[in-house]
Ligand binder design. Structure first.
Ligand code: IPM
Ligand code: MN
Length: 372
Protein backbone atom coordinates (compact mmCIF):
# COMPACT_ATOMS: atom_id res chain seq x y z
CA UNK A 1 0.00 0.00 0.00
CA UNK A 2 1.24 3.52 -0.81
CA UNK A 3 -0.09 6.46 1.21
CA UNK A 4 0.57 10.18 1.65
CA UNK A 5 0.68 11.31 5.24
CA UNK A 6 0.87 14.93 6.36
CA UNK A 7 2.92 15.31 9.54
CA UNK A 8 2.26 18.35 11.70
CA UNK A 9 4.69 18.22 14.59
CA UNK A 10 3.28 21.36 16.22
CA UNK A 11 4.41 22.83 19.53
CA UNK A 12 6.19 21.84 22.73
CA UNK A 13 6.72 18.09 22.93
CA UNK A 14 4.80 17.65 19.65
CA UNK A 15 7.94 17.25 17.48
CA UNK A 16 9.70 14.69 19.68
CA UNK A 17 6.67 12.44 20.23
CA UNK A 18 5.60 12.64 16.57
CA UNK A 19 9.09 11.63 15.45
CA UNK A 20 8.69 8.37 17.35
CA UNK A 21 5.43 7.67 15.54
CA UNK A 22 7.03 8.35 12.17
CA UNK A 23 9.84 5.93 13.09
CA UNK A 24 7.24 3.33 14.03
CA UNK A 25 5.29 3.90 10.79
CA UNK A 26 8.55 3.46 8.88
CA UNK A 27 9.23 0.21 10.71
CA UNK A 28 5.72 -0.96 9.79
CA UNK A 29 6.22 0.04 6.16
CA UNK A 30 9.50 -1.89 6.03
CA UNK A 31 8.09 -4.99 7.72
CA UNK A 32 4.83 -5.21 5.79
CA UNK A 33 5.92 -3.83 2.43
CA UNK A 34 4.13 -0.47 2.38
CA UNK A 35 5.27 3.00 1.33
CA UNK A 36 4.39 6.05 3.39
CA UNK A 37 5.30 9.46 1.95
CA UNK A 38 5.44 12.29 4.48
CA UNK A 39 4.77 15.98 3.92
CA UNK A 40 5.75 18.17 6.86
CA UNK A 41 3.40 21.12 7.50
CA UNK A 42 3.08 23.93 10.02
CA UNK A 43 0.37 24.70 12.54
CA UNK A 44 0.08 26.34 15.97
CA UNK A 45 2.59 28.54 17.79
CA UNK A 46 5.33 27.14 15.58
CA UNK A 47 3.43 28.36 12.50
CA UNK A 48 2.76 31.78 14.09
CA UNK A 49 6.50 32.18 14.79
CA UNK A 50 7.43 31.22 11.23
CA UNK A 51 4.60 32.74 9.19
CA UNK A 52 2.41 34.87 11.48
CA UNK A 53 -0.51 32.53 10.78
CA UNK A 54 -1.51 29.59 13.05
CA UNK A 55 -2.74 27.65 10.00
CA UNK A 56 -1.06 28.60 6.72
CA UNK A 57 -3.07 27.86 3.55
CA UNK A 58 -0.38 25.43 2.39
CA UNK A 59 -1.10 23.27 5.43
CA UNK A 60 -4.82 23.08 4.62
CA UNK A 61 -3.97 22.33 0.99
CA UNK A 62 -1.52 19.56 1.91
CA UNK A 63 -4.05 18.03 4.34
CA UNK A 64 -6.83 18.09 1.77
CA UNK A 65 -4.64 16.13 -0.61
CA UNK A 66 -3.39 13.59 1.91
CA UNK A 67 -4.63 10.17 2.98
CA UNK A 68 -4.15 10.89 6.67
CA UNK A 69 -2.67 13.45 9.04
CA UNK A 70 -0.47 12.82 12.04
CA UNK A 71 -0.43 15.70 14.48
CA UNK A 72 1.65 16.30 17.63
CA UNK A 73 0.43 18.99 20.01
CA UNK A 74 -0.58 22.63 20.08
CA UNK A 75 -0.15 25.56 22.46
CA UNK A 76 2.44 27.83 24.03
CA UNK A 77 2.35 29.47 27.48
CA UNK A 78 3.03 32.91 26.03
CA UNK A 79 -0.52 32.92 24.63
CA UNK A 80 -2.27 31.24 27.58
CA UNK A 81 -1.85 34.15 29.93
CA UNK A 82 -2.67 36.82 27.39
CA UNK A 83 -6.44 37.01 26.87
CA UNK A 84 -5.94 39.96 24.49
CA UNK A 85 -3.78 38.02 22.00
CA UNK A 86 -5.27 38.44 18.51
CA UNK A 87 -3.70 35.30 17.10
CA UNK A 88 -3.63 32.08 19.12
CA UNK A 89 -2.11 28.69 18.28
CA UNK A 90 -5.39 26.86 19.03
CA UNK A 91 -7.13 28.81 16.24
CA UNK A 92 -5.04 26.76 13.83
CA UNK A 93 -6.37 23.44 15.07
CA UNK A 94 -9.97 24.66 15.23
CA UNK A 95 -9.76 26.00 11.69
CA UNK A 96 -8.22 22.79 10.43
CA UNK A 97 -11.02 20.74 12.04
CA UNK A 98 -13.56 22.97 10.34
CA UNK A 99 -11.79 23.09 6.96
CA UNK A 100 -11.51 19.31 6.80
CA UNK A 101 -14.97 18.79 8.34
CA UNK A 102 -13.51 16.55 11.04
CA UNK A 103 -16.80 16.22 12.83
CA UNK A 104 -16.16 13.14 14.92
CA UNK A 105 -13.42 12.91 17.50
CA UNK A 106 -12.88 9.39 18.78
CA UNK A 107 -11.08 8.96 22.09
CA UNK A 108 -10.68 5.40 23.37
CA UNK A 109 -10.11 4.93 27.10
CA UNK A 110 -8.33 1.70 27.92
CA UNK A 111 -6.41 0.52 30.94
CA UNK A 112 -3.21 -1.49 31.14
CA UNK A 113 -2.72 -4.03 33.92
CA UNK A 114 0.89 -3.00 34.40
CA UNK A 115 -0.20 0.60 35.06
CA UNK A 116 -3.16 0.02 37.38
CA UNK A 117 -1.11 1.29 40.33
CA UNK A 118 -0.76 4.71 38.66
CA UNK A 119 -4.47 5.37 38.48
CA UNK A 120 -5.92 7.49 41.25
CA UNK A 121 -8.89 5.10 41.14
CA UNK A 122 -9.05 1.76 42.94
CA UNK A 123 -7.80 -1.18 40.84
CA UNK A 124 -11.07 -3.08 41.29
CA UNK A 125 -12.92 -0.18 39.66
CA UNK A 126 -10.67 0.13 36.62
CA UNK A 127 -9.81 -3.47 35.72
CA UNK A 128 -11.21 -4.09 32.26
CA UNK A 129 -12.35 -0.52 31.65
CA UNK A 130 -12.73 -0.11 27.91
CA UNK A 131 -14.88 2.62 26.44
CA UNK A 132 -14.78 5.13 23.63
CA UNK A 133 -15.80 8.76 23.69
CA UNK A 134 -17.34 10.12 20.51
CA UNK A 135 -17.06 13.89 20.70
CA UNK A 136 -18.74 16.10 18.11
CA UNK A 137 -15.90 18.31 16.91
CA UNK A 138 -17.03 21.01 14.50
CA UNK A 139 -20.10 22.55 16.11
CA UNK A 140 -21.51 23.82 19.38
CA UNK A 141 -20.13 26.57 21.54
CA UNK A 142 -16.62 26.24 20.08
CA UNK A 143 -17.84 27.56 16.74
CA UNK A 144 -20.77 29.75 17.72
CA UNK A 145 -20.90 33.53 17.38
CA UNK A 146 -18.52 35.19 19.85
CA UNK A 147 -19.18 38.69 21.06
CA UNK A 148 -17.88 41.21 23.53
CA UNK A 149 -19.30 44.71 24.03
CA UNK A 150 -17.25 47.85 23.47
CA UNK A 151 -16.66 48.40 27.18
CA UNK A 152 -15.42 44.81 27.36
CA UNK A 153 -17.73 44.08 30.27
CA UNK A 154 -20.16 41.61 28.68
CA UNK A 155 -19.24 38.65 26.49
CA UNK A 156 -21.15 35.78 24.95
CA UNK A 157 -20.52 32.52 23.06
CA UNK A 158 -23.43 30.97 21.18
CA UNK A 159 -24.05 27.24 21.20
CA UNK A 160 -25.87 26.06 18.08
CA UNK A 161 -26.49 22.57 16.70
CA UNK A 162 -28.42 21.45 13.66
CA UNK A 163 -30.10 18.06 13.27
CA UNK A 164 -27.67 17.23 10.44
CA UNK A 165 -24.62 17.95 12.57
CA UNK A 166 -25.94 15.71 15.31
CA UNK A 167 -26.99 12.94 12.96
CA UNK A 168 -23.69 12.45 11.15
CA UNK A 169 -21.60 11.94 14.27
CA UNK A 170 -24.35 9.89 15.94
CA UNK A 171 -24.53 7.41 13.07
CA UNK A 172 -20.80 6.81 13.40
CA UNK A 173 -21.16 6.31 17.14
CA UNK A 174 -24.03 3.84 16.73
CA UNK A 175 -22.10 1.89 14.09
CA UNK A 176 -19.10 1.78 16.40
CA UNK A 177 -21.28 0.52 19.25
CA UNK A 178 -22.57 -2.25 16.99
CA UNK A 179 -19.00 -3.51 16.62
CA UNK A 180 -18.47 -3.40 20.38
CA UNK A 181 -20.66 -4.14 23.41
CA UNK A 182 -23.70 -2.51 21.80
CA UNK A 183 -24.32 0.19 24.36
CA UNK A 184 -24.46 3.93 23.67
CA UNK A 185 -24.71 6.63 26.31
CA UNK A 186 -25.61 10.16 25.29
CA UNK A 187 -24.14 12.76 27.63
CA UNK A 188 -25.98 16.08 27.62
CA UNK A 189 -27.62 18.73 29.77
CA UNK A 190 -31.17 18.29 28.51
CA UNK A 191 -32.66 19.54 31.76
CA UNK A 192 -31.30 23.01 30.94
CA UNK A 193 -30.13 23.39 27.34
CA UNK A 194 -32.25 23.52 24.18
CA UNK A 195 -29.38 22.11 22.10
CA UNK A 196 -29.23 19.11 24.46
CA UNK A 197 -32.94 18.51 24.04
CA UNK A 198 -32.41 18.45 20.28
CA UNK A 199 -29.56 15.93 20.73
CA UNK A 200 -31.87 13.67 22.78
CA UNK A 201 -34.65 13.87 20.20
CA UNK A 202 -32.28 13.04 17.33
CA UNK A 203 -30.76 10.11 19.22
CA UNK A 204 -34.20 8.75 20.06
CA UNK A 205 -35.13 8.93 16.37
CA UNK A 206 -31.89 7.43 15.07
CA UNK A 207 -31.84 4.64 17.65
CA UNK A 208 -34.77 3.03 15.81
CA UNK A 209 -32.33 2.17 13.02
CA UNK A 210 -30.02 0.44 15.49
CA UNK A 211 -32.31 -1.70 17.58
CA UNK A 212 -29.42 -3.96 18.63
CA UNK A 213 -27.83 -1.03 20.49
CA UNK A 214 -29.04 -0.18 24.00
CA UNK A 215 -29.24 3.59 24.52
CA UNK A 216 -29.19 5.53 27.73
CA UNK A 217 -28.95 9.21 28.63
CA UNK A 218 -26.90 10.93 31.31
CA UNK A 219 -26.70 14.56 32.33
CA UNK A 220 -23.12 15.74 32.01
CA UNK A 221 -22.72 16.55 35.70
CA UNK A 222 -23.80 13.03 36.61
CA UNK A 223 -21.64 11.58 33.81
CA UNK A 224 -18.58 13.37 35.24
CA UNK A 225 -19.23 11.57 38.52
CA UNK A 226 -20.03 8.17 36.98
CA UNK A 227 -16.80 8.17 34.95
CA UNK A 228 -14.88 8.20 38.22
CA UNK A 229 -17.23 6.04 40.32
CA UNK A 230 -17.95 3.26 37.84
CA UNK A 231 -16.20 3.66 34.47
CA UNK A 232 -16.86 0.02 33.57
CA UNK A 233 -20.50 0.81 32.81
CA UNK A 234 -19.58 2.65 29.60
CA UNK A 235 -19.10 1.33 26.08
CA UNK A 236 -19.65 4.18 23.58
CA UNK A 237 -20.17 7.65 25.05
CA UNK A 238 -21.54 10.20 22.62
CA UNK A 239 -21.55 13.90 23.37
CA UNK A 240 -21.27 17.43 22.02
CA UNK A 241 -18.05 19.37 21.53
CA UNK A 242 -17.47 21.12 24.86
CA UNK A 243 -18.74 18.32 27.13
CA UNK A 244 -16.57 15.89 25.15
CA UNK A 245 -13.50 18.05 25.66
CA UNK A 246 -14.01 18.08 29.40
CA UNK A 247 -15.01 14.48 30.06
CA UNK A 248 -12.26 13.08 27.83
CA UNK A 249 -9.56 14.78 29.90
CA UNK A 250 -11.31 13.54 33.01
CA UNK A 251 -11.48 9.99 31.66
CA UNK A 252 -7.79 10.03 30.80
CA UNK A 253 -6.80 9.83 34.47
CA UNK A 254 -8.34 6.36 34.64
CA UNK A 255 -5.52 4.86 32.61
CA UNK A 256 -2.85 6.44 34.79
CA UNK A 257 -1.23 8.93 32.44
CA UNK A 258 -2.58 11.54 30.07
CA UNK A 259 0.43 10.72 27.92
CA UNK A 260 -1.06 7.39 26.91
CA UNK A 261 -4.26 8.37 25.20
CA UNK A 262 -4.65 8.58 21.42
CA UNK A 263 -7.41 10.08 19.32
CA UNK A 264 -8.74 10.11 15.81
CA UNK A 265 -10.73 12.92 14.22
CA UNK A 266 -12.66 11.80 11.22
CA UNK A 267 -15.02 13.44 8.78
CA UNK A 268 -15.57 13.80 5.10
CA UNK A 269 -11.93 13.97 3.93
CA UNK A 270 -8.58 12.90 5.33
CA UNK A 271 -8.65 11.96 8.99
CA UNK A 272 -6.36 13.40 11.65
CA UNK A 273 -4.65 11.45 14.43
CA UNK A 274 -3.23 13.02 17.57
CA UNK A 275 -2.53 12.23 21.20
CA UNK A 276 -5.01 13.92 23.54
CA UNK A 277 -2.28 15.50 25.65
CA UNK A 278 -1.20 19.11 25.22
CA UNK A 279 2.16 20.60 24.26
CA UNK A 280 3.67 20.19 27.78
CA UNK A 281 6.21 23.00 27.22
CA UNK A 282 8.14 22.26 30.43
CA UNK A 283 9.27 18.95 28.95
CA UNK A 284 9.91 20.15 25.39
CA UNK A 285 13.25 19.13 23.92
CA UNK A 286 14.23 17.00 26.94
CA UNK A 287 13.48 13.58 25.45
CA UNK A 288 11.36 12.69 28.50
CA UNK A 289 7.80 12.99 27.17
CA UNK A 290 5.66 9.89 26.79
CA UNK A 291 5.40 9.05 23.07
CA UNK A 292 2.74 6.34 23.55
CA UNK A 293 -0.26 8.65 23.03
CA UNK A 294 1.21 9.59 19.66
CA UNK A 295 2.28 6.04 18.75
CA UNK A 296 -1.18 4.72 19.63
CA UNK A 297 -2.62 7.49 17.45
CA UNK A 298 -0.45 6.14 14.62
CA UNK A 299 -2.02 2.73 15.32
CA UNK A 300 -5.46 4.32 14.89
CA UNK A 301 -4.21 5.83 11.63
CA UNK A 302 -3.19 2.37 10.41
CA UNK A 303 -6.60 0.99 11.36
CA UNK A 304 -8.23 3.82 9.45
CA UNK A 305 -6.22 2.91 6.34
CA UNK A 306 -7.52 -0.64 6.71
CA UNK A 307 -4.20 -1.98 8.02
CA UNK A 308 -5.49 -3.71 11.13
CA UNK A 309 -2.75 -6.36 11.40
CA UNK A 310 -0.17 -3.57 11.32
CA UNK A 311 -2.13 -1.54 13.88
CA UNK A 312 -2.24 -4.53 16.19
CA UNK A 313 1.54 -4.98 15.85
CA UNK A 314 2.01 -1.39 17.05
CA UNK A 315 -0.38 -1.88 19.97
CA UNK A 316 1.35 -5.12 20.93
CA UNK A 317 4.65 -3.24 20.83
CA UNK A 318 3.27 -0.59 23.18
CA UNK A 319 1.99 -3.27 25.54
CA UNK A 320 5.38 -4.99 25.40
CA UNK A 321 7.22 -1.88 26.54
CA UNK A 322 4.76 -1.31 29.40
CA UNK A 323 4.83 -4.90 30.62
CA UNK A 324 8.63 -4.96 30.56
CA UNK A 325 9.01 -1.68 32.43
CA UNK A 326 10.32 0.36 29.52
CA UNK A 327 8.44 3.50 30.43
CA UNK A 328 8.92 7.26 30.46
CA UNK A 329 9.27 9.53 33.46
CA UNK A 330 5.54 10.23 33.85
CA UNK A 331 5.06 6.53 34.57
CA UNK A 332 8.20 5.77 36.57
CA UNK A 333 9.90 8.92 37.87
CA UNK A 334 12.91 6.95 39.19
CA UNK A 335 13.86 4.41 36.53
CA UNK A 336 12.74 5.82 33.25
CA UNK A 337 13.70 5.63 29.61
CA UNK A 338 13.99 8.34 27.00
CA UNK A 339 11.18 9.21 24.58
CA UNK A 340 13.40 8.14 21.70
CA UNK A 341 14.36 4.84 23.38
CA UNK A 342 10.71 3.86 23.75
CA UNK A 343 10.18 4.69 20.05
CA UNK A 344 13.15 2.51 19.07
CA UNK A 345 12.00 -0.40 21.22
CA UNK A 346 8.61 -0.36 19.54
CA UNK A 347 10.28 -0.27 16.11
CA UNK A 348 12.38 -3.27 17.18
CA UNK A 349 9.26 -5.07 18.33
CA UNK A 350 7.48 -4.40 15.05
CA UNK A 351 10.51 -5.74 13.20
CA UNK A 352 10.55 -8.84 15.45
CA UNK A 353 13.91 -7.87 16.87
CA UNK A 354 12.96 -7.95 20.55
CA UNK A 355 13.71 -11.06 22.57
CA UNK A 356 10.52 -12.41 24.11
CA UNK A 357 12.34 -13.31 27.33
CA UNK A 358 15.52 -12.57 29.24
CA UNK A 359 15.79 -8.97 28.14
CA UNK A 360 19.11 -7.52 29.12
CA UNK A 361 18.05 -4.13 30.40
CA UNK A 362 21.73 -3.31 30.89
CA UNK A 363 21.99 -2.90 27.12
CA UNK A 364 19.37 -0.20 27.15
CA UNK A 365 20.24 3.07 28.72
CA UNK A 366 18.21 3.87 31.81
CA UNK A 367 17.96 7.43 33.07
CA UNK A 368 17.81 7.79 36.82
CA UNK A 369 16.16 10.53 38.74
CA UNK A 370 18.44 12.51 41.01
CA UNK A 371 15.76 12.42 43.71
CA UNK A 372 16.51 8.93 45.02
C1 IPM B 1 -8.39 19.09 22.54
C2 IPM B 1 -7.82 20.42 22.92
C3 IPM B 1 -8.38 21.49 22.01
C4 IPM B 1 -9.88 21.52 22.22
C5 IPM B 1 -7.77 22.88 22.16
C6 IPM B 1 -6.28 22.84 22.01
C7 IPM B 1 -8.38 23.87 21.22
O1 IPM B 1 -8.06 20.71 24.26
O2 IPM B 1 -8.16 18.66 21.41
O3 IPM B 1 -9.08 18.48 23.37
O4 IPM B 1 -10.36 22.15 23.16
O5 IPM B 1 -10.59 20.89 21.44
MN1 MN C 1 -9.07 19.13 25.34
Amino acid sequence: MEKNIVVIEGDGIGPEVTRQSVKVLDAIAEQYGHKFHYTYSLMGADAIDKTGNPLPDETIEACLQSDAILFGAIGHPKYDNDPTAKVRPEQGLLKLRKSLQLYANIRPVTTYKSLHHLSPLKTKNIEGVDFVIFRELTGGIYFGKKEINEEKTIASDDCTYSRDEIERVSHLAFQYAQQRRKKLTLVDKANVLETSRLWRKVIQDISKQYDDVAVDFLFVDNAAMQIILNPKQFDVVLTENMFGDIISDEASVISGSLGLLPSASIGTGAALFEPIHGSYPQAAGKDIANPLGSILSAAMLLDHLGLSVEAKAVRDGVEWTLVNGFVTKDIDPINYYATSTIGELICDFVANRNPSEAINKGNIEVSRSTII
